[in-house]
Design a protein around this ligand. Structure first.
Ligand SMILES: [Zn+2]
Length: 320
């Protein structure tokens, strides 16, 4: 890199840093106060049957004493919908995006979203948001490309100014064609990384040891997969794991032809496997022609070491 180039980069980084701590514009008020109709549509779509969200009598007897909105709905209360943003008089955030795009960082991907809830919101709370640009990173080389991470902090408040929740949202603005994929187009890229969270890490750690671990509720014994924080039957947060035998049957399957992702071979048979322990999981089907797969056929696990950091269970015909 020449001195001129590094000076230009440093100058650009300094201009980006000036945005840190700035509020992007005036507060934005939600189109509607927190309301039963939106809550009902949400819980139906999510499949959450907790009566405290929809049943006034049940809610009255709960610790809340009244209907509350699911905390994870927070963002819905102030979403702007499909209205385009005004062409002129854009926000400070638009200005930052324009600056990044002007330097070729035209692609965008959302990378993180973290929410904190200060209290439950109730019917009638009319929330507004203020959005602050919390940080703009230095230039980073990522798998997708060279770019800058931009983190915004959105604060949700009542008309009285009470903070009910906070959301941190991080995006990567990157230069297309500068990622690892661009450098090695002839090589088969590694299998995409699974989303490993504190709830799912045990499964992938078990897989590295070729152990098929299934989450089990300590209170009622229900097995659940994919892993998640609470038991859908008794709502307990206490869980341990069961090491499954790896035997099961094909409950259902698809043979994927398109879209084709370079990390995989096609046609790609994918099974929904009913384990003999009584829960199901999705995995590749191997060692069989797609046309020979049948519902109900007996299968057993075959561990696949995709790379030094990723082993996953696949299933093959039993005894093959
Ligand atoms: Zn349970």
């Amino acid at each position: 890199m020449t001195t001129t180039e590094s000076d230009a980069k440093a100058e650009f980084a300094a201009r980006l840093k000036e945005f840190e701590g700035k509020q992007i514009g005036p507060p934005e008020l939600g189109a509607d106060p927190v309301n039963q109709a939106m809550i009902r549509h949400w819980v139906e779509a999510i499949g959450d049957h907790n009566p405290v969200y929809v049943d006034a009598d049940a809610a009255a007897q709960s610790v809340h004493g009244e209907i509350v909105a699911p905390p994870v709905m927070l963002q819905a209360w102030v979403m702007r919908g499909f209205k385009p943003r005004p062409r002129t008089g854009g926000s400070v955030q638009d200005e930052l995006m324009g600056l990044l795009e002007g330097e070729g960082f035209t692609s965008v991907v959302a990378t993180n979203c973290e929410q904190e809830y200060a209290r439950y919101v109730h019917l009638g709370d009319h929330l507004s948001t203020t959005t602050i640009i919390e940080s703009v990173s230095d230039e980073k080389a990522t798998g997708l490309g060279v770019g800058h991470f931009v983190t915004t902090r959105v604060e949700y408040r009542t008309p009285e100014g009470e903070l009910v929740g906070t959301m941190r949202f991080r995006i990567l603005k990157f230069r297309p064609g500068t990622g690892r994929g661009a450098a090695k187009q002839d090589e088969k890229p590694p299998r995409p990384r699974p989303a490993v969270t504190q709830d799912t890490a045990f499964f992938f750690e078990g897989a590295m040891e070729h152990r098929l671990l299934i989450q089990r509720c300590v209170q009622c014994g229900l097995l659940r997969h994919p892993p998640r924080p609470a038991c859908p039957a008794c709502r307990s947060y206490d869980w341990d794991t069961l090491e499954a035998s790896g035997r099961g049957t094909v409950y259902s399957f698809v043979v994927n032809h398109y879209p084709q992702i370079p990390s995989f071979d096609y046609p790609l048979p994918i099974g929904l496997i009913e384990l003999e322990e009584g829960t199901r999981l999705v995995a590749d089907l191997v060692g069989i022609e797609p046309g020979d797969i049948t519902i109900g056929m007996a299968v057993e696990v075959e561990w696949q070491d995709h790379d030094p950091e990723l082993s996953l269970p696949a299933f093959k015909p039993a005894g093959s």
